[in-house]
Design a protein around this ligand. Structure first.
Ligand code: IPM
Ligand code: MN
Length: 382
């Protein structure tokens, strides 16, 4: 087998949607699927229950042997009272990001015309279209900055975190955003809080320098990327007032976390939002054009609907399309999946989260069936 994918379904609705995503990936790869292997590993609460820790060594080893991770979701009420470093999110997700240096988190937000009614914004706003890409720095900033901790006693007891960014960290995420912008509408909005935080003054400065260099080098080969800067508080307002003004948003770790949850509802439902977290490390056997990456839906484990079979599998399925694109350069297979999802929506398939009141809904299985059928039909037509 030349290509290996680590499949970590995790908790909650993770396993329910994962089986469909794997089936659909195989189908979309057609004959090539025989050169892919899909290896399952335990992670999150499921791993705590079996091995006593959220990211067991065997799972980490499996990921190291693979070229990409397809991740489900972790966490749930059962593990909520554990000490925070033992919890599925802190104990599995953050260490995976750090271990594989998954510094670039891509979260595309698209409002398909078919789902306009599910978007909470007014029609006069949505009619201009929503198609944006959040690029979030994922291994630095206040999530990992040192020192952090707690000290002192009584009234003087305090807790603290550190927001810090190095030039290298800012440059590489800015470059990633520039590259993404160049194949889109060439408009980059860098988000910061440079009116208050010195780490963000530096962020703005390095982004400016990186964009300037990029535009000089690429002057002859492509159009220049237009850069604007926006404070994060204003950006959170503009996302609601006028989302069509955005193409690529470049954010630090925490601001990207917050804005991406806000933006996810613009696509109609959290159940629609996929994501890619790309590594600084290129995949060994490749020519340097593919990266190790972890791919996951942004919606979380949704314990409230676990086991009911009604979860929307689309975010997981679209995450697998991103996996094929970024970690294996299988653009055709990736597009087959994305087109099949789109057709399913066009034909009216709606899980509960994206259905209108009174509209007929399908369950997880039926939505996946619909998407599979579209991939097969696509083949017949081709
Ligand atoms: C996300 C999540 C994580 C984050 C949590 C679960 C640690 O909210 O991926 O956006 O804050 O990064
Ligand atoms: Mn988040």
């Amino acid at each position: 087998m030349s290509h290996q994918i680590a499949v970590l379904a995790g908790d909650g609705i993770g396993p329910e949607v994962m089986t469909h995503a794997v089936e659909i990936m195989k189908l979309s790869l057609q004959e090539e699927s025989s050169s892919f292997s899909f290896e399952e590993g335990k992670v999150g609460g499921a791993a705590i229950d079996q091995c006593g820790e959220p990211l067991p060594k065997e799972t980490l080893r499996l990921c190291e042997e693979s070229q990409a991770i397809l991740f489900g979701s972790v966490g749930g009420p059962k593990w909520e009272n554990l000490p925070s470093e033992k919890q599925p999110e802190r104990g599995a997700l953050l260490p995976l990001r750090k271990h594989f240096e998954l510094f670039a988190n891509l979260r595309p937000v698209i409002l398909y015309p078919e789902l306009v009614a599910s978007c909470p914004l007014n029609h006069h706003i949505t009619k201009k279209g929503i198609d944006l890409l959040i690029i979030r720095e994922l291994t630095g900033g206040i999530y990992f900055g040192k020192p952090r901790g707690r000290e002192g006693k009584g009234e003087e007891e305090r807790a603290f975190d550190t927001m810090s960014y190095t030039r290298r960290e800012i440059e590489r995420i800015a470059l990633m955003a520039l590259e993404a912008s160049s194949s889109r509408r060439k408009k980059l909005t860098s988000i910061d809080k440079a009116n208050v935080l010195s780490s963000m003054v530096f962020w703005r400065q390095v982004v400016n320098e990186t964009v300037e260099r990029y535009n000089q080098v690429n002057q002859s080969t492509s159009e220049k990327i237009a850069l604007e800067h926006m404070y994060v508080d204003n950006a959170s307002m503009q996302l609601i007032l006028c989302p069509s003004r955005f193409d690529v948003l470049l954010c630090g770790n925490m601001f990207g976390d917050i804005l991406s949850d806000e933006a996810s509802v613009l696509g109609g439902s959290l159940g629609m939002m996929c994501s890619a977290s790309l590594s600084a490390v290129c995949n060994k056997e490749s020519d340097g054009s593919t990266r190790f990456g972890m791919y996951e839906p942004a919606g979380g484990s949704a314990p409230d609907i676990e086991g009911k079979g009604i979860a929307n599998p689309i975010a997981q399925i679209l995450s697998s399309a991103l996996l094929l694109r970024y970690s294996f350069r299988k653009e055709d297979a990736s597009l087959r999946i994305e087109n099949a999802v789109r057709s399913a929506l066009r034909d009216g398939a709606r899980t509960k989260d994206i259905a209108q009141k009174g509209e007929k809904t399908v369950n997880t299985f039926e939505m996946a069936q619909e998407i599979q059928k579209n991939i097969r039909d696509d083949r017949i037509r081709a």
